[in-house]
Each structure stands twice: as structure tokens, then as C-alpha cells.
Design a protein around this ligand. Structure first.
Ligand SMILES: Nc1ncnc2c1ncn2[C@@H]1O[C@H](COP(=O)(O)OP(=O)(O)OP(=O)(O)O)[C@@H](O)[C@H]1O
Ligand SMILES: [Mg+2]
Length: 336
């Protein structure tokens, strides 16, 4: 296994810095910057054509940036000392010869990468293809091919996994399996960056998100934090001492709404603060609840807020919950 950055070392495992990529007139990636934390599954989300694949390919040294950098453990992919043990990837195209078995494919890859050939069967077991290891890949279903791609990606037990739409072609059971696989992989302190257009699925899988729109970063952070950003906390209290509580809260600089006869709503604070003030003023509580308003109800709403894409894109390739569909890309460049 490849050692991580030394403690205190600055290099994040994946760092995209001011990355720009032009294909002729098309600005596929526009000054994009983000980093990815180890020990978490990071979702890389954006509408169709927003530059996800291009960015991932730049991280893997398959696309030459027009400007900026995409680094793995502080260096460009081509400068990694031991790439197959550092980064494993699943991209869109496979390159498996249909007549050869999965085992044979992976053994060849092991030899090329200086990995013990026995690892081939190990990873096939890991992705649930152990029983199919001897079959020609040409006879594999799409879901089986995706598992084989994943098996190939983890041959070197890499520290970093970069996966472009790995849920494509998987049935619900396969998606659930993939989710637990990615969580397990990340739980070992690894870096997992996974692009997805299936928001409902991503919401259940990822801890962090990098959301892109029209080649630009729209938001990055913990999914939970982003969902709560812009939300307002409110604490509703029922008490026989409503006027006294309202006065006490106002005295503490808290915005208050009164709902006579016995309810007071404190805005912009949490229950701890309200509870302390009530204790200080010896006010008896009959009922108390805290809520948040605003913010995003789910990843889909957050996504639409950030990218300006509209929902209901049911005719997109992914069906309900999928990103994309017939809408034009939002002209939000520069907004974020
Ligand atoms: N090799 C290429 N030559 C020309 N244009 C390209 C090339 N690769 C990507 N593009 C363009 O760059 C933009 C971003 O494409 P990219 O594949 O990175 O998007 P994506 O976010 O992965 O989309 P999807 O969700 O459909 O996979 C698109 O406008 C695409 O047409
Ligand atoms: Mg793509």
C-alpha cells in the first residue's frame, strides 16, 4: 500500500487548482478548484456537459490542462512513483477483450503493474464476481462489467479511487452493493471521488460533494453543511410565562415572534441558548421544539439551487432523480 502524505504535509490527496480545459471553442472546465478529503466518499455532481469527466481525466493525466493543475498527492499523475498502487480509476470506456476471461484480464494487469497474480481472484471475490471469474468478458452483463471495472481499479489496493459514473448499468441491488463498497473503501482512510448524475443515489452514498455547473465550481463541502447553509434555526416554546420569556429573549438580542396566548418563537438560535435563558429566568417550559427553515430539503433541491438546472428532467438518461435532461445548461457562469 502507498503511504499517505506525511503528517503535517500540506498536499491533499486530490487537488484541482485553477483547472481550465478548452476543446477548441468549448470551455469544458473553467478555473475549477477543489480538494478531496481522505476517509470520505466525495460526490462529484453536475449536469450533463458540466466538465466532470474532463476534470477526472485531468486528475488521471489523460487530459492536458489548458491552464491550472490537477494533482494527486501533490504531484501530477505522470509523476507518481507507483501510479497503480496510488490511484485506481473507473472511466466510461472499458477496453476488455470480449473473448478473454475476467481472471485472465486482471492477471495480465497484475503482471504489468508488478502485483502478485493471486490478487486477481481476490479482487474478483471482492466485487462479487468470484463465481464468474473464468467466463469470457464478452458474455458479461453491463452490471458485471461495471464490477469488473471496479475490480481492475482496486487491483493495486490504491489509496485513491476515482470513479466516473460507476452506478451506470447497475440494478438497485448492485447500486446498494456499490454504496457499501465505496463506504467500506473510504472507511479505511482512503480517498473516493465519484461522479454521479443520480442525485438520490449520491445523497445516500456521499459525505462530501463537489458540485459543478458549466465547467465551474458551484459548491464544495460536507453535504450536511451545504444543505443547512442558508437555513434559519428557530425554537418554538410553549409556556405560561410567554410575555416574560419574549422579553427575556429580546433582552438577549434574540429576534422573537409571539403567538399568543402561550407560544414564543425564537429565531436564529438553537434550543441550548433558549434553554439557558429560560433556566436563568426560571421560566417553566410546557413544550419546546426546534426547527430549521430555508436551506435545501434534499440533495436534489440543493443541486437545483446551485446549478440553476430545473427539476423534472425525467426524460434524462437516468430517469427520476437524474441530472440533466432536455433543459439548456444554465447561464450561471461567474455567479458562484
Ligand atoms: N475530447 C473532447 N473534444 C471536444 N469537446 C469535448 C471533449 N471532451 C469533452 N468535451 C466537451 O466538454 C464539455 C464537458 O464535457 P464532460 O464530458 O467533461 O462533461 P460531463 O460533466 O462529464 O457530462 P456527462 O454528465 O454528460 O458525463 C462538453 O461540452 C463536451 O462536449
Ligand atoms: Mg461525464
Amino acid at each position: 500500500m502507498t503511504a499517505g502524505p506525511a503528517p503535517g504535509a500540506a498536499a491533499p490527496w486530490i487537488e484541482v487548482r485553477n483547472l481550465t480545459k478548452r476543446f477548441g471553442a468549448v470551455l469544458a472546465v473553467d478555473d475549477m478548484s477543489f480538494t478531496v478529503r481522505p476517509g470520505t466518499v466525495t460526490g462529484f455532481l453536475g449536469p450533463n456537459g458540466s466538465g466532470k469527466t474532463t476534470t477526472l481525466r485531468a486528475v488521471l493525466g489523460l487530459v492536458r490542462p489548458t491552464a491550472g493543475t490537477a494533482l494527486v498527492n501533490g504531484v501530477a499523475y505522470r509523476d507518481l512513483a507507483d501510479p497503480s498502487r496510488t490511484v485506481g480509476a473507473v472511466l466510461e470506456s472499458s477496453g476488455f477483450h470480449p473473448a478473454r476471461s475476467a481472471r485472465s484480464h486482471l492477471r495480465v494487469q497484475c503482471s504489468a503493474a508488478g502485483i502478485d497474480r493471486r490478487r486477481a481472484d481476490e479482487v474478483l471475490d471482492l466485487v462479487g464476481l468470484g463465481a464468474e471469474a473464468g467466463r469470457a468478458v464478452g458474455g458479461y452483463s453491463m452490471g458485471m462489467r461495471q464490477r469488473l471495472e471496479l475490480a481492475r481499479a482496486v487491483l493495486g489496493d490504491p489509496h485513491v479511487l476515482v470513479l466516473d459514473e460507476p452506478a451506470n448499468g447497475l440494478d438497485p441491488q448492485g447500486i446498494a452493493w456499490l454504496r457499501s463498497f465505496l463506504r467500506w473503501y473510504a472507511s479505511r482512510g482512503r480517498v473516493v471521488l465519484v461522479s454521479s448524475h443520480l442525485l438520490a443515489e449520491a445523497a445516500q452514498t456521499v459525505d462530501d460533494v463537489v458540485i459543478v455547473s458549466a465547467g465551474r465550481l458551484a459548491a464544495q463541502g460536507r453535504l450536511a453543511d451545504l444543505m443547512h447553509a442558508g437555513s434559519t434555526a428557530a425554537v418554538q416554546v410553549r409556556t405560561h410565562d410567554a410575555p416574560r420569556l419574549a422579553a427575556a429573549l429580546r433582552g438577549a438580542g434574540i429576534d422573537v415572534r409571539e403567538q399568543p396566548p402561550d407560544v414564543v418563537v425564537a429565531l436564529g438560535v438553537g434550543p441550548e441558548r433558549v434553554g439557558l435563558i429560560m433556566a436563568e429566568h426560571q421560566i417553566v417550559v410546557l413544550a419546546m421544539s426546534s426547527t430549521t427553515t430555508g436551506g435545501a430539503a434534499d440533495l436534489e433541491s440543493l443541486f437545483f439551487q446551485l446549478t440553476g438546472a430545473s427539476s423534472g428532467a425525467g426524460s434524462g438518461a437516468g430517469g427520476p432523480g437524474a441530472v440533466g435532461g432536455p433543459q439548456p445548461l444554465p447561464g450561471q457562469r461567474g455567479r458562484w
